[in-house]
Design a protein around this ligand. Structure first.
Ligand code: ADP
Ligand code: ZN
Length: 517
């Protein structure tokens, strides 16, 4: 039996393993149950293709995307490996050829679409052909609360038990809940050997900034990188058009892209971006799936993405060539409110909504981070050994202050007004500004009235935003977005815990347009 290293170069034509690949290949080849979590593009397929060649018998690969399966089969055949696929996209001849190869015990890898597992005949067939390993690509598809649940994936657990062979599951989704669900459903709750590696993209510089004239912030970020290819992600279709125009007015080559455009226009924009140097595409998240441009030098978010996973995906489009790339993500209290509302008003079941809030919280924690962003980001994905030096907080550590007292003032204002008001009204109470509404509600009589005069209105806005970022308070969709305290805030309210806040975002917030009293 040739060694893994020999097969790596002779069959696949690579000089070396990528980070994480070798350990996974060894464990899978040794017949262990394996869960491998690697980022998209990290080289997962090799981690089951190579062991398949080292083991006797057939490796069954379950994958949700027919096009992807066909690509892999073609690639393997070109490398001289006997592989075939059984999918609904097959011609009868292709299917016959696969059967023939199976009968003659020639096939090393058999790709199967998950919906095929439903047919009883499939199980009988797989029992007969001497399966030695099951590999499951995109294993997060077994997760009901994940973003692309496939009911047919639920049959894979039974298949593993029926065939009694090792199973190797692969996914790029790293959050703990999804992992736990994979272990329950695919491995019957028995913890497999778990590998998590390769999420760091060391050439990408990470930076966040609180919104403070956001259009200007994006324009100056782009101007400092004039002539380089970049993407600006926006929260709405309308904004992609206005911001693209603003960039063109400043002499950039820029165009917009969103899902509401004609398919032909979208295709042309994708093609232009691919071919032209130095084009900026201002887009909604609809842009990116099909984009495979290695030299995107920067990615900016004009609005906060919807989750930490989405953030990682979107910035990950920069610097695929390994050369330095830069990112900037803008965020503000309005973004947080909007993202919360989108989750609350969505049709997802309650558990899913809770998970979505948690994913948003993770991103907000990153936005309001007090130390290295890369550590915070990769920590979320489960990686602990992180070296950075390429983020805004490593460049210049933020100034922090003990925010316990103002946070308790704000919580008190929220509770004493029955959790029925938004930040604007609460801040006026804290500042001790009388207005008609405050007098009508009798809020000028509250003990909290005027206790927060030592901070300015913009400072209070930044404090409220950070409180939202730390999930101490949340807008309630059933109360027109009135702020309510979460359980996270209880220890601070009771004086059992303290909280550090960032000063710099408060200073920069001072130039925000003031709310009319
Ligand atoms: P994913 O993890 O997204 O499934 P793939 O398996 O498709 O990623 O691999 C991504 C790319 O990396 C492919 O083009 C593949 O050929 C390449 N690749 C994988 N392993 C190596 C390696 N050890 N050396 C060089 N290139 C590799
Ligand atoms: Zn850092």
């Amino acid at each position: 039996m040739p060694s893994a290293a020999t097969l790596l170069s002779d069959v696949f034509g690579y000089d070396a393993f990528r980070p994480g690949q070798e350990e996974v290949v060894e464990a899978v080849a040794a017949g262990r149950n394996v869960l491998a979590i690697m980022p998209t593009g990290g080289g997962k397929s090799l981690c089951f293709q190579l062991p398949a060649l080292m083991r006797d018998g057939v490796t069954v690969v379950i994958s949700p995307l027919i096009a992807l399966m066909r690509d892999q089969v073609r690639g393997l055949r070109e490398a001289g490996v006997e592989a075939g696929a059984l999918t609904s996209g097959n011609t009868q001849e292709e299917t016959d050829a696969v059967w023939q190869a199976l009968e003659e015990k020639r096939l090393k890898l058999l790709y199967i679409a998950p919906e095929r597992l439903g047919a009883g005949s499939a199980l009988n067939m797989l029992r007969r052909i001497g399966v030695s390993l099951i590999a499951v690509d995109e294993a997060h598809c077994v997760s009901q609360w994940g973003h692309d649940f496939r009911p047919d994936y639920l049959r894979i657990g039974e298949l593993r038990q029926a065939l009694d062979v090792p199973l190797a599951a692969f996914t790029a989704t790293a959050d703990a809940e999804t992992q736990a669900e994979i272990v329950t459903r695919l491995f019957d709750g028995q913890q497999p050997d778990t590998f998590l590696r390769g999420f760091d993209r060391p050439n990408i510089h990470l930076a966040f900034a609180a919104k403070n004239n956001p259009r200007r912030q994006i324009l100056s970020f782009a101007s400092a990188r004039k002539g380089q290819s970049g993407i600006v992600y926006c929260g709405t279709r309308a904004k992609t058009e206005t911001l693209a125009k603003a960039l063109r007015d400043e002499g950039h080559a820029a165009c917009h892209y969103h899902g509401g455009m004609e398919a032909e226009d979208r295709r042309q924009t994708e093609q232009r971006f691919q071919q032209e140097d130095g084009l900026i595409v201002v887009a909604t998240v609809a842009f990116g799936m099909g984009v495979d441009k290695p030299d995107i030098r920067w990615v900016a978010h004009a609005d906060l993405p919807k989750s930490i996973e989405a953030y990682y995906q979107e910035i990950g489009r920069a610097g695929r060539d390994g050369a330095p790339a830069e990112t900037l993500t803008l965020f503000g209290a309005d973004d947080i409110r909007l993202r919360r509302a989108q989750i609350d008003e969505g049709l997802a079941p309650p558990e899913r909504r809770m998970a979505d809030h948690a994913r948003l919280n993770a991103l907000l924690g990153l936005a309001e981070a007090l130390k290295c962003r890369r550590e915070t980001l990769l920590g979320y994905f489960g990686e602990t050994e992180v070296t950075c030096g390429k983020c805004d907080l490593c460049d210049s550590p933020p100034e922090v202050f003990d925010g316990t007292q103002p946070v308790r003032m704000a919580l008190s204002a929220i509770l004493r007004t029955g959790e029925w008001f938004g930040a604007g009204h609460l801040i006026e109470i804290l500042l001790g500004n009388e207005n008609d509404r405050i007098r009508a509600k009798g809020h000028n009589e509250l003990p909290t009235f005027g206790v927060g005069k030592e901070y300015s209105r913009p400072q209070w806005q930044a404090i409220f935003r950070q409180m939202m970022g730390h999930d101490l308070i949340r807008p309630d969709p059933e109360r027109h977005g009135a702020l309510r305290m979460t359980d996270t805030a209880l220890p601070i309210l009771r004086g059992e815990d303290t909280i550090m806040l960032r000063k710099d975002t408060i200073v920069s917030a001072q130039r925000r347009p003031a709310v009319k009293a």
